[in-house]
Design a protein around this ligand. Structure first.
Ligand SMILES: Nc1ncnc2c1ncn2[C@@H]1O[C@H](COP(=O)(O)OP(=O)(O)OP(=O)(O)O)[C@@H](O)[C@H]1O
Ligand SMILES: [Mg+2]
Length: 238
């Protein structure tokens, strides 16, 4: 579904992604872990076609994500900081992209948004504005907003790291539901228990490179890379 071939990316001349190659197959659930600054968010933004790359190629079903509006519309992304439109209600946030990008009628966009609100268990918050919602609720609206474009691939960048622990599970549950429905997902997360539960593959990034790519069931046993061992020790000790 997604082929990442020898991708390099620089910011102000500094290499951030170095010769990254990865393939994501339809139906796969891929988790990306790695230390801060290792390039996880950058890679995800490149996958979504939100950033240009300096070398290599990213193909979505054979088409360059950077050159193809259609590819980009099939890839949904959810950010750590929710990034909802503050001046729009929850339901308006969900309706906006289908109306503007896909020219869906107000009525059709609304009925789809109503379904999505139900799916993220927020039917009773349709008319609330982001500032009237908890962090976990805002993130679930952000997920519904991404789903409104009917993506085939969903990218999540640390979707719960800005949340208090009691709100984390309500967001993770929504992602688990999506995965059960067969959605192809790539998730950057530090929640290792969740990573093992939903991920069938775990990718470890360090200093702009993919240094391990393992079935999640073999994470501990097969981990050879000393930096991965060190990283796992760090995050499991708190
Ligand atoms: N827009 C930008 N301009 C310049 N440098 C950037 C930009 N975005 C990211 N970087 C740099 O690229 C490197 C990788 O950043 P990135 O956000 O991809 O890391 P990350 O693995 O997601 O880290 P974290 O776990 O802290 O979110 C960092 O050194 C960062 O400072
Ligand atoms: Mg990041």
């Amino acid at each position: 579904m997604l082929q990442i071939k020898q991708v390099s990316k620089k910011y102000h001349g500094e290499p951030i992604l170095k010769d990254v190659s990865l393939e994501i197959k339809e139906g796969e659930r891929v988790v990306i872990i790695g230390p801060s600054g290792s390039g996880k968010s950058t890679l995800l933004r490149c996958m979504a076609g939100l950033e240009s790359i300096d070398g290599g190629l990213i193909l979505y079903n054979g088409q360059d994500v950077n050159g193809s509006r259609h590819s980009r519309s099939e890839i949904g992304m959810v950010f750590q900081s929710f990034d909802l439109f503050q001046h729009l209600s929850a339901i308006q946030n969900i309706m906006l992209a289908p109306k503007v990008v896909k020219r869906v009628s107000d009525q059709d966009a609304r009925s789809r948004a109503v379904q999505l609100l139900e799916r993220v268990r927020l039917s009773d918050r349709a008319e609330h504005y982001p500032e009237q919602l908890s962090g976990g609720q805002q993130q679930r609206i952000a997920i519904a907003r991404a789903l409104a474009m009917n993506p085939k691939l969903m990218l999540f960048d640390e979707p719960t790291s800005a949340l208090d622990p009691e709100m984390t599970s309500e967001v993770l549950d929504v992602i688990v539901d999506l995965v059960k429905d067969g959605m192809t997902v790539v998730i950057v997360t530090h929640e290792m228990e969740f990573a093992r539960r939903v991920g069938d593959r775990i990718i470890f990034m360090d200093q702009g490179k993919v240094v391990e790519d393992l079935p999640s069931s073999q994470l501990e046993e097969a981990a050879k890379h000393p930096r991965l061992k060190q990283f796992l020790n760090q995050i499991t000790s708190y």
